[in-house]
Design a protein around this ligand. Sequence first.
Ligand code: ATP
Ligand code: MG
Length: 330
Amino acid sequence: MKRILTGDRPTADKFHLGNYIGKLKNTVKLQDQYETFVPLVDLHALTTYFDQTEKLEANMKSLGLDYLSVGLDPNKTTIFIQSKVPEIVEIAYFLSVLTPRSIIARQPALKEKLDAGEQDTVGLFYYPILMAADILTFKANLVPVGKDQKAHVEFARDIAKKFNDLYGEVFILPEPLIGEVPTLPGTDGQTKMGKSLGNAIFLTDSPEEVEKKVMSMYTDPTRIHPTDPGHVEGNPVFIYLDAFGSEADKPQTTNYKLLYQKGQVGDIEVKKYLVKVLNNFLDPIRQRRDELEKEPGLVERILKEGTEKARIEAQKTLAEVKKAMKLDYF
Ligand code: ATP
Ligand code: MG
C-alpha cells in the first residue's frame, strides 16, 4: 500500500479553514487508499516556540482532537508526536551531510518565515532538512500540503534521489499533493490565512465568532456602493463560498456571483449567506469535537499508540539507512 505523510506545527491549539482546504481534506479523503502518517511536528514548532515550550503539549492534544473531528480515523491513520521518534532526527543528520547550504538558502518558505519576524537560527535553517527526514523516514509517496510547502517536498525528493544514487535504493521519492485551494486567503484579504497571522477562521470558532469575522471581512476593494459592478475573482468571500459550500449551495452561489458582478447585490447580503454556508460546514465538525471532548484521555491514548507504531517504522528505515551507508558496524 502506498503511503502518505503530512505534519502540522503545534503553533496554535486549533486548525483554520486554510489548513483544512490545503491539506486536511485530502488527507481524510485518501486515508482509505493510503497508509497514512500524520505527525504533530513539535520540533518544527520550536523554531517559533523555543521560549513558549510549555504550550506545546496542550496545543498537540487540542490539534489531535481537531484531527479526529475532521474525520481522521486512528484505525487507518497513524497520528504521532515527532519528537518521540528520535530516529527522524538521526536520519535528518545523514541527509544534512548531502545537502549543499546554497540549496537551503534558496528555499522560499525560509525567506517568508524570516520576513514574518522569525529568528534567523541554525534550527530554522535546518527545518527543510528535518521536514525531508519526516517524509523520507516514513517512505511517503504522497505529501498533502498547502502551496507554501511545495518546494520543501521537492527538496525532499531531490535529496532522496541523491542518497539513493550514492548508497542504494532506500528512500521513496515523494510527490506533493496540493489541495483544491492551493493558498486560502485570510479574512483580511492577505494572500495566506495563517495560524499566527490574526486573519484566520478556526474550525472550532463558535457560530457567533464566524459571523463576526465574516461580517468584517475584506471583499472587493474597488467596490464602494452595492450598485457598483463587483469582482468575484480573487474575492475572499467568493473563494470561501466555492471552497466550503455544499453541492446544494452551488446554484445560489452562482446566482450571487452573477448579481455581484452586475452590481445587484450588496456585500452584506452575500456575507450573511457565507456565514450560513460556513456554519453549515463547521457544524458537524463542532458536534464531533463536543462528543470527543467527553472522552478523557482519548487523544493521549491515540497519540501514544500512534507514536509506538511510527517508531517501529522509523527504526526499520534507520537500520536500512545505516546498512546502506555501511554504518552498521559490528
Ligand atoms: P504558522 O502561521 O504557524 O506557520 P500555518 O497556518 O501556516 O501556521 P502550518 O502548521 O505551518 O500552518 O501548516 C500546516 C499545513 O497547512 C501545511 O501543509 C500548509 O501548507 C497548510 N496551510 C497553511 N495555511 C494555508 C492556507 N492559507 N491555504 C492552504 N494551505 C495552508
Ligand atoms: Mg506555516
